[in-house]
Ligand binder design. Structure first.
Ligand SMILES: Nc1nc2c(ncn2[C@@H]2O[C@H](COP(=O)(O)OP(=O)(O)OP(=O)(O)O)[C@@H](O)[C@H]2O)c(=O)[nH]1
Length: 250
């Protein structure tokens, strides 16, 4: 148990120990199984945990130093988006609400899953249409992550395709591996946080709503699920007990 507590460095913000006024909100979106949860947990805890249940959309938060300033970063993990047989993108309400809540969006595909790459243009379009934290404001900054670069033998997306797509969409691009390299994951998220920290903080949604319809829209956007430390701890426990089981059965 002590080991698990030591492993978790996430802080729920705001708390008395987490005095930052500035909160940066990031939504992570992509196809199923591309490594969204692995990337978020890697960024927040430095650890790679191999096994996760399909996620229903958890919100994680911690304090980070950005250019010498302490900011609270909230990262909304979202359920995998899917495409129907008729090539219709299923963009659940939860994902739309996460985009509307977020200051920035991280789109993720896996280099070992061509279908997840093919989703990206449609997802980008949906994000732009959904808008950002400020109603009628510009869409939130979007970055594109190509995960699982360690799976060289399973690669289905050529290395040059990611940068080309990112350039066409006007996004920053990072190819990385949540399992192999913490520094790449940290670099991508940290640069995004740095960019956001330089921007003026968005006005609260209700304060900028000028018409009744805008007020209604704000009221209809519930805050995503609250920080779920219990869930993260449970996942750590599951992963650890699986490792212990494997070790004892060898
Ligand atoms: N080899 C490799 N496997 C990875 C990497 N990142 C994640 N995985 C594995 O990919 C699988 C899916 O990872 P998740 O983080 O659960 O993916 P997700 O996108 O959150 O999945 P959903 O919740 O189903 O949408 C797990 O078995 C991870 O161990 C990576 O960089 N390299």
């Amino acid at each position: 148990m002590r080991l698990i507590q030591n492993m978790i460095t996430i802080a729920e913000c705001p708390t008395p120990e987490c005095p930052s006024n500035r909160v940066i909100k990031i939504a992570v979106i992509g196809g199923s199984g591309v490594g969204k949860t692995a990337l978020v947990v890697r960024f927040l805890t430095k650890r790679f945990i191999g096994d996760y249940e399909r996620n229903a959309g958890n919100l994680y938060s911690r304090e980070v130093q950005v250019d010498g300033e302490q900011v609270a970063v909230q990262v909304q993990d979202t359920p995998g988006v899917e495409m129907t047989n008729n090539a219709v993108l299923l963009f659940p309400d939860h994902v739309t609400r996460s985009v509307q809540w977020a200051d920035a969006v991280v789109l993720v595909y896996s280099v070992a899953d061509r279908a997840s790459f093919d989703l990206i243009s449609g997802l980008h379009q949906q994000v732009v249409q959904s808008g950002g934290a400020q109603p009628h404001g510009p869409p939130p900054p979007i970055i594109l992550l190509a995960n699982k670069s360690d799976l060289v033998h399973l690669r289905q997306v050529d290395p040059e395709q990611g940068p080309l797509l990112a350039a066409a969409l006007g996004c920053s691009f990072y190819e990385l591996s949540a399992s192999e390299d913490y520094s790449q994951v940290h670099g991508a998220f940290h640069r995004l946080c740095g960019e956001l920290a330089k921007r003026p903080a968005p006005a609260p949604a209700l304060a900028v709503a000028t018409s009744n319809s805008e007020k209604r829209r704000s009221a209809l956007i519930p805050r995503p699920k609250s920080p779920n430390m219990q869930d993260l701890k449970r996942r750590f426990k599951q992963a650890l007990s699986a490792k212990v089981r494997t070790a004892t059965s060898v």
